[in-house]
Design a protein around this ligand. Sequence first.
Ligand code: 13P
Ligand code: SF4
Length: 362
Amino acid sequence: MLAIKKDHILPQRYLKMSQADIIEAIKKRKLFYKEKLLILAHHYQKDEIVNLADSVGDSLELAKIAKANQTAEHIIFCGVHFMAETADMLSNNHQKVYLPDAMAGCSMADMATLKQLEIAWSRLSDKIVGNIMPITYINSSAAVKAFIGDHQGVIVTSGNAEKILKRALSDNKTVLFLPDQHLGRNTAYHLGVKLDEMAVWQPKREQLIMSEKQSEIKVILWQGRCCVHQQYTTNQIKALRQLIPDLRVIVHPECPLEVVLAADDYGSTKKIIDVISQSPKGSKWAIGTDNNLVNRLINKLPEHQIVSLNPSAFSCLTMNRIHLAHLLWTMDEIEIGSERQVIKVNSEIAKSSLKALDRMLG
Ligand code: 13P
Ligand code: SF4
């Protein structure tokens, strides 16, 4: 859980500026820094942030961009805390990574602490016969990633979970998948793992929940979830299909299994964008993921008929903490050499995490 310090609160002077003035000031600073400054934005960011970013992507794409970039001395990450940490670990020593709002965490990542993981690991190692391979979703803290790196584990994103989990299962490993039970369950299910070959680890109760018919445990799912993706249901899919003939539904794998099964397709934010943009004009789509992205697609692809699976769903609250004013404030802090928004992972933790990140990126 992130703690807010007083000096991390946006100064009043930015609140007095008009949006147009803020945008102009940001553009001016971008021109000044040129390739020495890189602004990265996740697809769930607000339109006004996405419009000013140098690169926009899903978690996997942004991690790759941060690793490949050699020229930017300053990387401003408009996303959430674990993304900025990952970018810091993947970038070079001379590069600094900034998170414009220190409170932009991820509630799912907070559902797996290092302490909880250590307890789970020791309990499960006593219980499970054979090797357990830990796999963490990139939506986890650097400390959790470090544990994974030190225990021969690997990191996945929603864009590569299937490929990496497939490899682990073909090595006959029992997989501990954290922190998102839904990404783990959806991916394992589509790889042919039966539901009664999966168990759930409850970190708060320190308990393994198995089905009555449990034969062999192939995957242990950590009981974490994304609050945004719990807002999509099979009833919404049913209702929209009745209303719109020939509708196709695509959802993010952080949605529960029954929703993924009721949809026509599922995938990372990049996959959702690719599938819809490459579909014929006039295609009808309902999307089950963050509404900032859905509304952007509705506006960008007017020749497709796109609706949100749940138009009244709230967008990710922490992603939305980043406003244009935070971006400008970060640039101003860079200008005066302040490190207020810098995200720096401890070097020992980074070294261990990188083992797991490198296994993912190959
Ligand atoms: P992707 O960027 O991998 O699609 O994940 C979405 C998400 O919830 C990021 O926190
Ligand atoms: Fe975390 Fe969900 Fe927000 Fe992604 S959308 S940052 S998983 S809370």
